[in-house]
Design a protein around this ligand. Sequence first.
Ligand code: CTP
Ligand code: MG
Length: 180
Amino acid sequence: MVVELAVTAVWAMLPAYLPNNVAVVAGGGPPIDGGRTWRGARLLGDGKTWRGLAAGVLAGLAAAIALTAVAPAAGDVLGVDVPRFPLAAAVALPAGALLGDIGASFVKRRLGRERGAAVPLLDQLDLVIGALALAFLLAPGWAADVFTPLVVIAVFVLTPALHLATNGIGYVLGVKREPW
Ligand code: CTP
Ligand code: MG
């Protein structure tokens, strides 16, 4: 039961998790805010780039398509009926994750935090809130089916731990500037 919840939660969120990591590796170039400031601070900052956004969404979409293709086989191996991703969900999860991340940067700049400053929980859960919100908006039937209240709780509990673990690895490998 707990294992099934955890497997479903992580599987359903993989297309939302991957974009952040891909953006770290593929990001760079012109910032989304074009360098604009508002009330003395950058709108979003240099950490949010068009290249990171585009590469992240494409990677998440590709991941959702691949996961859907292997879902039947993975279901057999894992013993859990893992979700497949209709196109609307395959777009909503990565796009929502990165929109949530952009929203968090907007909030961080308004709070006077520099690019890369750590804001615990906001840094880890921004993508969850964005991905779930956009999934429920663009693929409501699918989202209600997959993200039951218990799965949502599992997502909120597991994401910060997974996020810190992958970012820690990225930091040790030298691809990420901060370990959060
Ligand atoms: N990144 C990007 N484009 C995005 C998201 C992330 O290019 N849309 C890249 C940037 O190089 C960024 C890195 O991924 O520095 C890490 O992402 P994140 O931790 O979200 O950004 P921070 O640099 O910490 O900036 P912020 O304080 O605004 O979160
Ligand atoms: Mg950061």
